[in-house]
Design a protein around this ligand. Structure first.
Ligand code: F6R
Length: 600
């Protein structure tokens, strides 16, 4: 979703800002812009489309030691040059970039700005006009900025320039992520550390409703009352090479290939010196104290949560409910007496999940966040965190985070079971090792998946994924991958459910991708395949060794049946990847999607 960068220092900011925006491209956007401030004023360049399009219109002759930049994912107003950021106040004195949604923008416009002529349809323009309005009323810039913030309802990360002050970037945040990066003779602002890793790895976290005055030599954090807050910086543990594509054509395929490595990293990180899997005793205590676990998540993370339910119920014998975050906020089920909430979120910033976290924390319940991003909002605000250790995931379509989420959930289930002396009939460390090897085999079979993808998906307008038990959950993920990057309309179904309505959609040649990795339902899922084949469907069966039959298109290596999602998803990720390539789709940046969904 929207991304923000800012620079103030001794160097020309233009290239630093553009490179920073390129690093934020993965979050998803539809337009971009920068504002460069020098002795001649503030120069704004913005364009609909990609950063590459923005580069073409930025005047190479403009140099500036202070600037801000933005990638926009449209919420209020269509994607267009006019609606893209930065936005300027009526007199052009103030220039602002914003990430988030101002819910009461219409009210503020009517209440304070009825005489102002607006250029865009955005909520952001209201904020910058309000700042100017209060300055015109006699407040200092800082006072006007603070006053404006007190009136805003909703989420925001803001960076503001004042044409009369070349020494300061004003910054604030509420609910939307924003960091300040520290350098020698310069400071930067960024939605995430990756954007500015090119110039610094030293960052200061900002909390909601703080105001920050950033100059080239100083960063002053204040609360809304104007009191100064001291906060220590931290070092961003990111390797610059982690966020480069290297020799890969796309981040998605790089991240699919990284899955064996991530499995091994997770095993190592969660092992103690005796080689046993271990998790902070407070987290295990919270699991054992709870009478029901509520997993809350969105999208791919929700799909991982469904597999997590199976793991926790089977291994640790604690009942689990899995909920879609955006529904849970408004439609909360009757809770058990001692619930524990688990938030699964790759980014740690998803607004829908955060809204639930805030609500259940307000009700006094305990919460654990499972995330890939240390220091992210959901990590900070929950009682406990478990990290995925998957390395930055840049492609919009989540792959390695999904398998990492399932692996961490399996470890949580195992350690909880052991703490209660519940016998787990397999050695998880050993099984995860086997899975890492099996993942390698699958990643080495790319040509086959390219072929399957061409055969089944190159011309179709829709596709169905069917499975039973955990295979069904993986089908939900496989269909999500396919639709988000190839735009083929794809749905995942429980094998037995298809004939209760959806089978009406099966026509001659409709591709059906079926998973058959569960012994107890192997014959029934094959029966479901026969039902659709009888109506003309073109079946692609992916089975597990030992359960395979002659008609199968691909056989995955044998792993423990509770853990099959960790590998059965890889063929589906690869098939989706190649389907997108065959259709000339922008694999890493699919249309309309954002990586970090920071609005509800
Ligand atoms: C799909 C995908 C999304 C995310 C969802 C939640 O490939 O990545 O469905 O899973 O937006 O995001 P996180 O996990 O960051 O909370």
């Amino acid at each position: 979703m929207c991304g923000i960068v800012g620079y103030i220092g001794n160097k020309d900011s233009k290239e630093i800002l553009l490179k920073g925006l390129e690093k934020l491209e993965y979050r998803g956007y539809d337009s971009a812009g920068i504002a460069l401030q020098n002795g001649h004023g503030i120069h704004v360049f913005k364009e609909k489309g990609r950063i590459a399009d923005l580069r073409k219109i930025v005047d190479g002759n403009v140099t500036a030691h202070i600037g801000i930049g933005h990638t926009r994912w449209a919420t209020h107003g269509v994607p267009s040059k006019t609606n893209s950021h930065p936005h300027q106040s009526a007199s052009d004195r103030f220039t602002l970039v914003h990430n988030g949604v101002i819910e009461n923008y219409d009210f503020l416009k009517r209440e304070y700005l009825s005489n102002v002529e607006f250029k865009s349809e955005t909520d952001t323009e209201v904020v910058v006009q309000l700042i100017e309005f209060f300055v015109n009323e006699g407040l200092t810039v800082l006072e006007a900025f603070r006053k404006t913030l007190t009136l805003l309802h909703g989420s925001y990360a803001l960076a503001l320039l004042d044409a009369k002050d070349r020494e300061t970037i004003y910054v604030a945040k509420n609910k939307s992520p924003l960091l300040v990066g520290l350098g020698d003779g310069f400071n930067v602002v960024a939605s995430d550390a990756m954007a500015m890793l090119q110039v610094t790895d030293k960052y200061v976290e900002l909390m909601d409703k703080e105001v920050v005055i950033v100059t080239k030599d100083q960063v002053t954090i204040q609360n809304l009352a104007g009191e100064t807050i001291n906060r220590k910086p931290y070092k961003a543990e990111l390797d610059a090479s982690d966020i480069e594509k290297g020799t890969y054509p796309h981040y998605m395929i790089k991240e699919i290939d990284e899955q064996p490595l991530v499995m091994r990293k997770i095993i190592q990180t969660y092992q103690n010196e005796q080689g046993e899997l271990t998790i902070d005793s407070e987290i295990i205590g919270a699991m054992n104290d709870s009478d029901r676990v509520y997993i809350v998540a969105a999208g791919t993370s929700y799909n991982a949560g469904l597999v997590g339910k199976q793991l926790i119920e089977n291994m640790a014998k604690i009942p689990v409910e899995v909920h879609i975050a955006s529904e849970f906020v408004y439609n909360m089920p009757l809770l058990s007496k001692k619930p524990l909430f688990i938030f699964i979120t790759q980014s740690g910033e998803t607004a829908d999940s955060r809204a639930v976290l805030v609500k259940v924390k307000g009700m006094g319940y305990r919460a654990l966040t499972i995330t890939n991003v240390p220091g992210s909002t959901l990590s900070r605000e929950a009682d406990y965190t478990l990290l995925l250790h998957a390395g930055p995931e840049i492609a919009v379509a989540s792959t390695k985070a999904y398998t990492a989420q399932i692996a961490v959930l399996s470890i949580l289930a195992e350690v909880t079971a052991k703490s209660q002396n519940i016998k787990v009939d397999f050695d998880l460390v050993h099984e995860l090792g086997i899975i890492a090897n099996a993942m390698e085999v699958l990643c080495d079979s790319k040509e086959l998946f390219e072929h399957i993808s061409r055969e089944f998906l190159s011309v179709t307008r829709n596709a169905f994924f069917i499975g039973r038990g955990v295979d069904y959950y993986v089908c939900l993920e496989g269909s999500l991958k396919l639709k988000e990057i190839s735009y083929i309309q794809a749905e995942g179904f429980a094998g037995g459910e298809l004939k209760h309505g959806t089978i009406a959609l099966i026509e001659e040649g409709t591709p059906i991708i079926a998973l058959a990795t569960q012994e107890s339902v192997n014959l029934s899922i094959r029966g479901n395949v026969k039902e659709v084949v009888a109506r003309g469907a073109n079946p692609c069966i992916i089975s597990m060794k030992g359960l395979n039959m002659d008609e199968d298109s691909f056989i995955i290596p044998e792993v423990h049946e509770l853990l099959t999602p960790l590998i059965s998803v890889i063929p589906l990720q690869l098939i989706a990847y190649y389907a997108a390539l065959h259709r000339d789709c922008d694999v890493d940046k699919p249309r309309n999607l954002a990586k970090s969904v920071t609005v509800e």
